[in-house]
Design a protein around this ligand. Structure first.
Ligand code: ADP
Ligand code: MG
Length: 240
């Protein structure tokens, strides 16, 4: 589904991504771990072209999306993204948050969009919140709505950048449960997280990023139980 060839990204003279190569299959759950500042967010943001790669190539569903001629917006619609901070529209209800983009961007009728949104609210366990405003929701509920909002665009892949890092500990589980359910439903997912238990349980593949490269990758068993590089071992010793 996604192929990344020799992806480089610099900010000014600072080279942050130093040649990333990866292939992600349809239905695969790839979990990206690594120290702060290693380029994990930059990598995710390059995948959906929120950041313009300095060089290298990204293919998505057979199309070279890094081509200048490529329609970036069409691709972004197919890649849902969930950030650490939920950034819901504060003056709109949950239902409005979920339907505004499908109606305006995907040209769905309000009725059709609301039907899909109602299903998604059930999926994330918040069907009783359709008329609530974001300020009336807990952090965990807001993040579940943010996931539903991304799903409302019917993306082909979901990108998550530390979706539970800003949550109170007691709310982390409810968000991870929604993500787990998505994974079990066959969604293709790329997830940056520090939740190692979740990574081990839900990830098909673990990517360890360090200083702008993929230093090590493998199954959860391989990376967590038998890390090959000293830097992977150091990192895991600190977070496990
Ligand atoms: P991670 O998500 O692994 O913590 P990031 O991708 O956020 O790492 O950041 C990697 C490095 O890139 C950091 O040193 C950060 O300061 C730098 N960086 C990220 N975004 C920008 C930007 N827009 N402009 C300049 N430097 C940036
Ligand atoms: Mg980050």
């Amino acid at each position: 589904m996604i192929t990344v060839n020799q992806l480089h990204k610099s900010f000014g003279k600072n080279e942050i991504l130093k040649g990333i190569n990866i292939e992600i299959d349809k239905g695969e759950v790839v979990v990206v771990i690594g120290p702060s500042g290693s380029g994990k967010s930059t990598f995710l943001r390059c995948l959906n072209l929120l950041e313009e790669p300095t060089s290298g190539q990204i293919l998505f569903e057979g199309q070279v999306i890094t081509d200048k001629k490529h329609d970036i917006n069409a691709t972004r619609e197919k890649m849902g993204m969930v950030f650490q901070h939920f950034n819901l529209f504060p003056h709109k209800t949950v239902m409005q948050n979920l339907t505004i983009a499908p109606v305006q961007v995907r040209k769905q009728s309000q009725q059709e969009a609301e039907k899909i949104a109602a299903d998604l609210l059930r999926t994330v366990g918040l069907e009783d919140k359709r008329d609530a405003y974001p300020s009336q929701l807990s952090g965990g509920q807001k993040q579940r709505i943010a996931i539903a909002r991304a799903l409302a665009m019917q993306p082909h892949v979901m990108l998550f950048d530390e979706p539970t890092s800003a949550l109170d500990p007691e709310m982390v589980g409810e968000v991870l449960d929604v993500m787990k359910k998505l994974a079990e439903g066959g969604m293709t997912m790329v997830i940056v997280t520090h939740e190692m238990g979740f990574a081990r349980e839900v990830g098909d593949r673990i990517i360890f990023m360090d200083q702008g490269v993929i230093l090590e990758e493998g199954t959860p068993e391989e990376v967590f139980s038998n890390p090959q590089h000293a830097r992977t071992q150091d990192f895991l010793a600190k977070v496990l």
